[in-house]
Ligand binder design. Structure first.
Ligand code: FES
Length: 163
């Protein structure tokens, strides 16, 4: 959906603080857009419209430009996500070493389809392309933790670790 630059959502104190911290850490210049958005996303759990607007204003970019970046990268989100983000690698090298079975078991264990968040706000399930650790496939990333050589049988115990 196109983002209008006409109405500027006003950032509350929490958003202002998150954006200010990220700008201080990375500098208010366009080359730092992705790390800035990443840090704001981590602080707030997602990138609400007022954060997109505040970052755009600080970098002299349009909201549309910042929104486009925020919606391109799977680790960034303009929608609220669960407390834990589960990323399944769907690329071929993981697929051929058992990824298909792990993927089916993961969806069943979470009772989620890709892009969905559990009603209790615990998990959001997403897919990703190769993250560069094909040697330990199949791979699932939960928050910042990479879990490799996974089998369907290991999933329930693994997910239990993320309360
Ligand atoms: S294909 Fe899954 S990490 Fe590379």
């Amino acid at each position: 959906m196109p983002v209008s630059d006409q109405t500027q959502p006003v950032a509350g104190p929490e958003v202002q603080a998150a954006v200010a911290t990220a700008l201080a850490a990375h500098g208010a210049h366009g080359e730092a857009l992705i790390p800035i958005l990443g840090e704001v996303n981590r602080a707030l759990g997602y990138l609400p419209p007022e954060a997109v607007s505040a970052v755009a204003g600080a970098l002299r970019a349009t909201r549309g430009q910042v929104h486009a970046v925020a919606t391109f990268y799977s680790l960034l989100s303009v929608q609220p996500r669960g407390r834990h983000v589960v990323l399944f690698c769907e690329s071929a090298p993981c697929h051929v070493v058992g990824g298909r079975e792990v993927w089916q078991a993961l969806q069943a264990a979470l009772k989620l389809a890709p892009g969905e968040t559990s009603p209790d706000g615990r998990f959001t399930l997403l897919t990703t392309s190769c993250i560069g650790v094909c040697g330990v496939g199949p791979v699932v990333v939960i928050d910042d933790d990479v879990h490799g050589h996974l089998t369907p049988a290991e999933l329930p115990a693994l997910l239990e670790r993320y309360a």
